[in-house]
Design a protein around this ligand. Structure first.
Ligand code: BF8
Length: 676
């Protein structure tokens, strides 16, 4: 009876149950607030709109006008031969593979086009065509130059000298930009992978030729009547995904670091509680840091802080949503006010005087929510505009970056006095340490004078650290906000697995207070707790935005290089995870993790379950070719345990499954060894 009542109540529900929608108290409070005010949010829409089962399973083909052809699994599963086919005869495997690699294309395009935009701004700065940007990290400029086959030294009077930095920057910019469309050769950063990995890619024929070409070829191959072999389709999907992780995303990260500074650990706070009632709240949302970097500089200037005071506010409070939040957090300590699913909620506080957005992960419904409040919603990117008439478009251009940023900050400040709804900012916020990277991990675990990954490797070998988990990705309104993220991460650190995090997982962990060194004593197993306490790092290391998953790849390559843990990324006791993924970018990331040799588990669902043969190909056959493979696990604890089981399998293969201490060799023993 009780169950029947529940079902009836669920049938009637038109709004979300806040407790069922999120584990986060601030989010629950704001969902309730929205419902009181009659403002609809994504959480409510997830209740009223059910997803299509066939699409969810990846077996709906809409690539031509004869469809959509839908190939549902027969009740009771496939018995005998699978005879399902579309009008053209496409099999479930072909359809699911086409859909899957089109998602890779979408994700790779988003990351890589972001990277291209950064490369263009980089060129503008290198050529000194703007005063707003200049090269900040010259050390990294030199390092990256080598990987792009740019000489960093020049011969002067028979002696090798460092090249002029301006000249070097221009050549790096030109070489970088060529990576998107060069006619010959291969993506140069592919060689940053361990040698054994690069050779696997060579053998499989998946080294990307250039970044754009692999994406275009996916669109060609998935057109009706072209590639009809799921294995061959996946080969192209793999090539494009590598072009994202080791190409477009990696270039985005590296060029951003050179231009805006390589992040180093800093402290901040996270969650909606970072917004302030008595200050102008300007929320920055999206992905490309080229605009937000300038907004941070302008909003922090005395001139604009004074201007805010002249309007009755105590100053300007910046905060971020999504990966722009991660970008300005890791370089400036600007606090993130929320993850992807909290974007509408920031406006519902009634205290958001302006929200400025650039590209990716931006809800169109923001404009509808903004209409109910005084909030100015500002789009800034020529490729990402909104149809609603209350949206202001200020097109950002790096040639007049300062003026654009000042216009935006002024709009926010001038709007402070126009608040019309009672302000309600949740009090929840957590202290955090963010801004780790390949360089800072090396420094923290190795020290100033002997910075290296040896110490990390030592601790993995001696078993204090059981392995490495890369936990990343989105929120998904089809699952309870942040529950998967937090349960997976807590289970991993409890079992001594150190976690590297990016994207919305990083913000979720931040909100939950997992990004502090003190967390170690509370949630970690004894080995990981000891390491974290000794070196003063959190057990969950914030590595930035989603394009910064390239930092995880490079950290993995450094671990291989430091020795003692095999020759390739696939030898490492490591696993990847996206517990609440939703975007095409997540699929591209997942696939470049897999192609790089990482066992990668996704939560929620995967659009392959309607094509069991194709699913087996990704979940099992891929391991034979690449050493990494996909998996799907909805239950967060089982999800984490599958990762741990894989880590243990790798420890065993390396012969480090039993804890052992490194033996320090004193002079007497050394002499004894030498004379033996
Ligand atoms: O690129 S994790 S919801 S914000 S797609 Fe989007 Fe997913 Fe968040 Fe960053 Ni990444």
């Amino acid at each position: 009876m009780a169950a029947e009542k529940q079902v009836k109540a669920e049938k009637k529900a038109t709004v979300a149950d806040p407790e069922a929608a999120s584990i986060d108290a601030a989010t629950q409070q704001m969902i309730r607030r929205a419902q009181e005010l009659g403002v609809e949010t994504v959480f409510d829409r997830a209740v009223t709109m059910k997803p299509c089962n066939i699409g969810t399973q990846g077996i709906c083909c809409k690539n031509c006008g004869m469809g959509p052809c839908r190939l549902p699994l027969p009740k009771g599963g496939i018995q005998g031969e699978d005879t399902r086919k579309g009008l053209c005869g496409a099999s479930p495997n072909t359809i699911a593979a086409r859909n899957f690699i089109r998602m890779i294309a979408g994700g790779a395009a988003a990351h890589s086009d972001h990277g291209r935009a950064v490369a263009e701004v980089f060129m503008t700065a290198a050529r000194k065509e703007t005063d707003a940007y200049r090269i900040k990290d010259t050390h990294k400029l030199r390092q990256v130059a080598k990987w792009l086959d740019v000489d960093t030294e020049v011969e002067v009077d028979g002696e090798m000298k460092d090249r002029d930095l301006d000249e070097l920057a221009v050549e790096v910019g030109e070489k970088a930009l060529a990576e998107w469309g060069k006619a010959e050769g291969e993506v140069l950063f592919a060689k940053r992978a361990p040698k054994a990995r690069y050779e696997i890619w060579k053998k499989q024929g998946v080294v990307p030729r250039n970044i754009d070409r692999e994406i275009v070829e996916i669109m060609h191959r998935t057109h009706i009547g072209v590639d009809q072999d799921y294995k061959n389709l996946m080969k192209q999907g793999t090539r494009a995904a590598i072009g994202d992780g080791w190409g477009g995303s990696m270039l985005a990260t590296e060029l951003q670091d050179i231009l805006f500074g390589t992040p180093y650990p800093l402290s901040s706070e996270a969650n909606l509680g970072v917004m302030k009632a008595d200050m102008v709240n300007l929320v920055i949302h999206g992905h490309e840091p080229v605009l937000s970097e300038i907004i941070v500089a302008v909003a922090g200037s005395q001139k604009w802080q004074d201007y805010a005071k002249s309007k009755g506010a105590k100053g300007i409070q910046l905060s971020g949503i999504c990966c722009t939040a991660n970008e300005v957090l890791q370089r400036h300590g600007v606090p993130p006010c929320g993850t992807f699913l909290q974007q509408e909620l920031a406006i519902i506080t009634g205290a958001c005087d302006a929200m400025v957005v650039d590209i990716q992960c931006i809800f169109q419904n923001l404009a509808n929510v903004a209409k109910c409040f005084h909030t100015k919603l500002i789009t800034t990117h020529p490729i990402a505009r909104m149809e609603q008439d209350n949206v202001i478009h200020i097109e950002f251009d790096e040639h007049h970056a300062m003026e654009d940023a000042e216009k935006i900050v002024k709009l926010a400040v001038d709007n402070y006095g126009n608040r019309k709804t009672e302000v309600m900012i949740p009090k929840q916020k957590a202290s955090i340490i963010a801004g780790f990277g390949v360089e800072s991990i090396e420094y923290h675990l190795g020290g100033t004078f002997r910075g290296s990954y040896y110490t990390l490797n030592d601790n993995i070998i001696n078993g204090r650290i059981r392995g490495i988990g890369g936990v990343v990705g989105c929120n998904n309104a089809r699952t309870r906000h942040n529950e998967g993220h937090i349960e997976v991460v807590k289970e991993l650190i409890k079992n001594d697995v150190i976690v590297l995090t990016t994207g919305c997982n990083a913000i979720a962990c931040a909100m939950e207070g997992l990004l502090t060194p003190e967390t170690a004593g509370v949630f970690c197993g004894p080995g990981l707790a000891e390491v974290c306490e000794t070196v003063g790092i959190p057990p969950v290391l914030h590595l930035g935005s989603c394009v910064d998953n390239s930092r995880i790849l490079l950290a993995a390559a450094e671990v291989v290089k430091a020795g003692g843990l095999g020759n390739d990324i696939s030898d490492l006791p490591a696993a990847g995870s996206a517990p609440e993924w939703m975007s095409e970018k997540a699929i591209s990331i997942g696939h470049y993790f897999v192609a790089s040799g990482v066992y990668t588990v996704f939560g929620v669902t995967l659009p392959v379950t309607g094509a069991p043969v194709f699913q087996d190909y990704l979940f099992e056959e891929f391991e034979k070719m690449y050493g990494g493979m996909w998996d799907l696990e909805v239950d967060p604890i089982k999800h984490a345990r599958k990762m741990i089981a894989h880590i243990d399998k790798k420890r065993k293969a390396l012969g480090i499954d039993k804890a052992r201490e490194r033996i320090l060799v004193d002079m007497d023993s050394r002499r004894a060894m030498e004379s033996a």
